[in-house]
Design a protein around this ligand. Structure first.
Ligand code: ZN
Length: 194
């Protein structure tokens, strides 16, 4: 991020748009929107950074993107966030390295890089939701990335049944009330409809 030439090249690559092509919400994303519509979704914690839960229609106030999102930019200096698309429009309009509109700082996609700390408020919110939930559905995660994987034992210890939907075994299969080793796109719509 400290090299302006690299930043310009990165913006150019993003503005050309190839990384966005073909990324559409799937039946798994849509099933979680349906769960919210039924009034059964308290909090959706995602490790994905692709913004597809929001694109599918999950409400912002139900969503914790614990590893950030490529659909927004964040200022490294003042922390202000804005939609990625606005920044890309500025690049296409000729700004090679668009600065923060508020403080002039460097903008970067609003993801948490490896080794960077999570946003504490998001982690706290996730843990609170795990403590208070009636059921924890763990979907399509190996449950090996910490500290967020801790929400599974937190919910279990608080007395909530844990249901794991994942094609591969996870370290928490032993404490789960049910393990569904199936494709998310197939299993999740059926679970939500039940
Ligand atoms: Zn700023």
């Amino acid at each position: 991020m400290s090299d302006p030439e690299l930043r310009k090249r990165n913006w150019q690559r993003l503005a050309e748009g190839s990384m966005w092509e073909g990324k559409e919400p799937n039946p798994g994303h849509r099933a979680l929107v349906e769960l919210e519509r039924q009034g059964k979704l308290h909090t959706l914690i995602t490790q994905n950074v692709d913004g597809l839960h929001r694109a599918a229609g999950t409400s912002e106030d139900r969503l914790v993107e614990i590893h950030g999102t490529t659909s927004k930019v964040r200022c490294l200096d003042c922390g202000d966030t804005a939609p990625m698309e606005y920044a890309l429009e500025r690049v296409r309009a000729g700004e090679a390295d668009p600065p923060c509109r508020i403080c002039g700082g460097i903008l970067k996609s609003a993801t948490i890089s490896f080794g960077q700390n999570l946003v504490m408020a998001d982690l706290h919110r996730s843990e609170q939701a795990a403590m208070a939930c009636d059921v924890l559905l763990a979907v399509g995660s190996t449950l090996t990335v910490y500290p967020i994987a801790n929400v599974v034992p937190i919910a279990h210890q608080a007395g909530a049944p844990v249901v794991i939907v994942n094609a591969e075994p996870t370290p928490f299969d032993g404490l789960a009330a049910a393990v569904v080793p199936a494709s998310i796109s197939e299993a999740l719509p059926l679970i939500v409809a039940a």
